[in-house]
Design a protein around this ligand. Structure first.
Ligand SMILES: C[S@@+](CC[C@H](N)C(=O)[O-])C[C@H]1O[C@@H](n2cnc3c(N)ncnc32)[C@H](O)[C@@H]1O
Length: 477
């Protein structure tokens, strides 16, 4: 390692130590906050910050960290914070009480621009925002715009939390960023995304567009305030880049928690919890840490968020303390979080295009599959070819509508069809294998392809696909 690189890394870890100290001191202002003495945060190139065992041991069900309501960033806590500045936002049991207002008021500057910024929003508008929209708007105001007033002399309550979030560069490995950020250098990789990722990015693009369209007018009005008061303000294009950054900070760090005010919106049920959000992901379910939320039945607050040690416990110093984000494939992890796992038991390949292309020319066959809800959405994972795909291929090969109907009704098993479809299946798998090998090669040989973390992640996805296919080809021969 060069002297310069060593110095840069030492500098970075000093900066992190400093920011962590501030974060823990901030959280420590509440006597409900708890952090186990046996854990610490470290940082590495591939997975950013993470939590490790410092010494001692963590046993099953032991609390690793506990964070009270006031220090969580979510729909409710934002309403509470905004209502300090805007009396028109008033939701019983959630926004500030008169007593709290008096206490907080003493700490606020009369000239605080948030009195003007948040007062343009009426309660109906705020409550109509989704959690994503409200969090994105609020974080952009508190983190990006507020420091532009009075040379940053007015700081957000959340600053210590903001300061430990990943940089734009760190989140640059997310395909929706390649697609939407003007400054992404990974745009060339979009053409090499597998089908599963193409479908995920399409959904993400639609959500991004909808959320941006919703909060954009309110951000424009905040910028107008800045200009009118004689301050510098970024252009809306620059703010859009910050929006993308903030959106994926939220997306990659939010934890499930019920938000009663938004109970009809599944996507809004989350909270952001400092320190808990340092935990990296494992594909092992039910072994590592797990969340526990305790809330008083009577009140409408989000509750205290604890992270507890799972079944396996931790005894070796330096061991990674992990959380399972869900049973996610590498395509999903890449699109939601910007990373992949070298080994991932939840990987699967979306082979819908290949199968529908084989059948698409036959309108009767297509109609039959549609009628029985077996059209499209065909997948393979390491242990099996999905039942849907077997049904479609059985029909394609045998054209025996009567027997396929019996298969769907459970009168005969797929074992009847397997020998009949094995040649077609092998042909399909071999074609897929060749196409994934070609893509893997393109990642390194196509002119202009970046040779970075994003490209390595795509390579890992294709190697995972190749493993799956070789496994099935091995059992067919
Ligand atoms: C909830 S945060 C975890 C803390 C994060 N590492 C940080 O630096 O702040 C989720 C992000 O961590 C990274 N990450 C989580 N688990 C990982 C893993 N197993 N391998 C590589 N990166 C991982 C990804 O960048 C992901 O977007």
């Amino acid at each position: 390692m060069s002297q310069l690189l060593r110095m840069a890394l030492a500098n970075r870890s000093m900066l992190l130590d400093n920011r962590l100290e501030k974060l823990v001191a901030w959280l420590g202002c509440s006597d409900q906050f708890y952090l186990s003495d046996d854990v610490e945060v470290n940082e590495c190139e591939e997975s950013g910050r993470g939590v490790v065992l410092k010494g001692g041991a963590l046993k099953k069900n032991e609390t690793v960290v506990r964070v009270p309501n006031r220090y969580q960033l979510n729909f409710n806590s934002i309403l509470w914070n905004m209502s300090l500045f805007n009396r028109r936002i008033c939701v019983s049991g959630i926004t500030v009480s008169e007593r709290e207002r008096q206490i907080q008021r003493e700490q606020l500057d009369d000239n605080d621009p948030r009195f003007r910024l948040y007062s343009v929003l009426d309660q109906e508008t705020v409550l109509s925002f989704s959690s994503f929209q409200l969090l994105a708007f609020y974080i952009l105001v508190e983190r990006v715009l507020l420091p532009l007033w009075f040379n940053g002399s007015i700081q957000s309550f959340w600053q210590p939390f903001f300061d430990v979030w990943p940089s734009k560069e760190e989140l640059g490995s997310i395909p929706a960023i390649w697609n939407n950020s003007a400054s992404s250098r990974d745009k060339k990789l979009l053409g090499l995304l597998p089908l599963a990722s193409q479908k995920l990015i399409k959904k993400k693009n639609a959500l991004l567009r909808q959320d941006w369209d919703t909060i954009r007018p309110w951000l424009v009005s905040s910028c107008e305030q800045l200009w009118q008061e004689g301050h510098q303000c970024p252009s809306i294009e620059e703010i859009y880049e910050d929006f993308l950054h903030v959106y994926f900070i939220i997306n990659s760090r939010c934890l499930y928690s019920e938000v009663q005010l938004k109970k009809d919106d599944v996507e809004s049920q989350f909270t952001m919890v400092p320190f808990v959000d340092f935990l990296n992901h494992t594909d092992e379910v039910d072994q590592h840490c797990y969340p526990e939320i305790t809330r008083d039945r009577k009140d409408r607050l989000m509750g205290v968020f604890s992270l507890k040690c799972g079944k396996r416990g931790y005894v070796k110093a330096g061991e990674n303390i992990l959380l399972n984000y869900g049973p996610h494939s590498n395509d999903f992890l890449l699109n939601e979080y910007g990373f992949v796992l070298q080994e991932n038991r939840w990987n699967f390949i979306d082979i819908s295009d290949e199968v529908t292309n084989l059948i698409g020319g036959d309108a009767v066959m297509m109609e039959f599959l549609k009628e029985h809800a077996y059209w499209d959405n065909y997948t393979i994972n390491y242990s099996e070819i999905s039942y849907r795909a077997l049904v479609a291929l059985s029909l394609l090969v045998t054209q025996d509508y009567r027997r396929v109907e019996k298969l769907l009704l459970g009168y005969i098993s797929e074992d009847y069809f397997l020998p009949k479809i094995s040649d077609k299946l092998r042909e399909l798998l071999e074609r897929l294998l060749e196409s994934y090998r070609d893509r893997l090669e393109s990642l390194t040989t196509q002119p202009g392809m970046p040779a970075n973390f994003s490209a390595r992640n795509l390579g890992t996805i294709y190697r995972g696909y190749i493993d799956i296919i070789e496994h099935h080809l091995g059992s067919l021969s």
